[in-house]
Ligand binder design. Structure first.
Ligand code: XMP
Length: 514
């Protein structure tokens, strides 16, 4: 779905994180929002017929040579424009105002005084706390504009020219530290842009179903299930649209967490009654992994074997299938447009298929953020265990077993991992943590159990908090949770005599050990 049936507001991107946060807030207000790069053409914007534009904040200074500038054509589209922080400054500069390094750098919670006559501030208190983070500020508003709010260091903390529909704020209404920020955004969306709050879970699903039906017609369509939330929600959505035309393929490579294959069977086959081909390929994968110790070689071997298995199914049982579902999310779409994302590991996404398998792709989640996908999943009736599942790497437990992967090591790790997840869930921490899992290093340590000396494996516990996996911090788990996990793993899993906790953030470490 492309949001075509909804009123929308476009966020022009002057610095990725800022833009994403604004788009998410607009969506929270039930108005569809997408992010476009600052050099987007006017035609590209017109084609989408947005109700308004928001120019995001960004890290640059408008006075630095080469800083991204605002296309003055944005102000002639005859739709309202709101500039935020850098966006306000760039708007001021483009329209003949003056921006300079302010005497006092404002950072953090700041008192704001509004004049009280602006629609943007309608029903908001005259004095409020806002979040500022800037060194530059507008010192002279462009001609035709009037100042509507100020702070100690920003004489033009908000300005506007309502006749042209142009508004700017120096502070960040999109962050939680501006308590009335969402109300200000709602004023912009509903009062100024006249956008209707109709982008709801139910309408998103209806729109997606309509689009999938139009696209797929009466052709057959397949979906590779990984056990993760994205492919699960995508499959449920497509099934709602085209029912039995969909077949899901679940390749069990034997490297999954405890009970995962059963859960997939249960959810998709028994509960949702979706055609499911469950390929049990554990031995094939273990065969390919025999003797392999290098992490990247493991990833490659698993990725290649996955493709072989998928190809075989596609060429036999699924011959004549035209469409393939992919659970691509909006951040993937935004990121593929960004120029310099550094790659640390070859994230061979198991499920990636060779180019010569000519399927037409259907990507029903390509405009959604992860939390929106979860909300849609819940609305479609998927179980909590699926919807709130933590990210799990495509190569599975293989990259959490350091050294060669064997059936015996897989059993140890799977049992330890199940205890970790059970205790984390019991402690109510599952949703709070980005990931929580066990690792089996390739060493053995001495221990003593009863009167017996043991020489067995340590297990490493890794629990991290993160927003997007680009950076992560080790979780400050309560001692009693650590203690329960330790005593249960060592007491219940044969072959383990020690538990260590990984207290390294990312960077310098990565989340996974391989
Ligand atoms: P790292 O270890 O790079 O992981 O900090 C960041 C996120 O990516 C996941 N991950 C993978 N996902 N194939 C995947 O599909 C992979 O090879 C892979 N390696 C890491 C990891 O679980 C974390 O969420």
């Amino acid at each position: 779905m492309d949001g075509a049936g909804f009123d929308s507001v476009i966020v022009i991107d002057y610095g990725a994180q800022y833009a994403q946060l604004i788009a998410r807030r607009v969506r929270e207000c039930k108005v569809y929002s997408e992010i476009l790069p600052h050099d987007v053409s006017l035609d590209e914007i017109r084609r989408r017929r947005p109700s308004g534009l928001i120019l995001s904040g960004g890290p640059a200074s408008v006075n630095t040579p080469g800083a991204p500038s605002v296309n003055p054509g944005f102000f002639r589209l005859e739709i309202p424009v709101l500039g935020i922080c850098y966006g306000q400054q760039a708007m001021a500069q483009a329209l003949g105002g003056e921006v300079s390094r302010s005497g006092v750098r404002e950072y953090g919670k700041t008192g704001l005084r509004a004049q009280g006559t602006s629609t943007l501030f309608k029903d908001l208190p005259l004095e409020q706390t806002v979040w500022m983070s800037h060194s530059d500020a507008v010192v002279t508003a462009p001609e035709g504009f009037r100042v509507t709010a100020s702070s100690d260091a920003s004489p033009a903390a908000a300005f506007e020219d309502p006749t042209r529909g142009l508004y700017g704020v120096q502070f960040h209404p999109e962050v939680a530290h501006t308590p009335k920020g969402l109300d200000l955004l709602k004023n912009f969306l509903y009062e100024i842009c006249d956008a209707q709050p109709k982008w709801t879970k139910v309408s998103i699903i209806e729109e997606a179903v309509r689009e999938i039906r139009d696209r797929v017609g009466d052709e057959r369509i397949i979906c590779g299930l990984s056990g993760g939330v994205d492919s699960a929600v995508a499959a449920a959505l497509v099934h709602k649209a085209v029912g039995d035309q969909l077949t899901c393929v679940f390749v069990d490579h034997g490297l999954l967490r405890a009970d995962e294959p059963e859960q997939v069977e249960d959810t998709f086959h028994r509960h949702l009654k979706i055609n499911l081909i469950h390929v049990k390929a554990r031995d094939r994968f273990l065969g390919k992994l025999a003797g392999v110790t290098d992490p990247e070689t493991k990833r490659k071997a698993i990725g290649e074997e996955f493709i072989r298995v998928f190809e075989e199914v596609a060429r036999t049982e699924l011959a004549g299938t035209r469409f393939l579902v992919q659970g691509t999310l909006y951040p993937d779409i935004i990121e593929s447009g960004t120029r310099d994302a550094a790659k640390i590991k070859s994230h061979h996404n198991v499920g990636g298929l060779p180019e010569d398998m000519a399927f037409d792709l259907v990507e029903p989640l390509r405009n959604l953020f992860k939390d929106e996908v979860r909300a849609i999943g819940e609305e479609l009736g998927l179980a909590e265990e699926i919807v709130w599942r933590q990210p799990f790497p495509g190569p599975g437990l293989a990259i959490r077993i350091i050294g060669e992967v064997t059936g015996e090591k897989l059993e140890i790790l799977r049992a330890a991992d199940a205890i970790v997840l059970e205790e984390i869930r019991r402690a109510g921490l599952l949703r709070e943590l980005w990931q929580s899992f066990a690792i089996l290093p390739d060493v053995r340590t001495v221990g003593v159990m009863g009167d017996e000396r043991s020489y067995a494996h340590p297990v490493v516990l890794r629990c991290v908090t993160s927003d997007d996996a680009m950076t992560a911090d080790w979780a400050r788990l309560p001692y009693d949770v650590l203690e329960r996990i330790s005593s249960r793993v060592v007491g219940e899993v044969p072959g383990v005599n020690r538990l260590a906790y990984d207290v390294t953030s990312k960077p310098p470490a990565t989340i996974e050990w391989e």
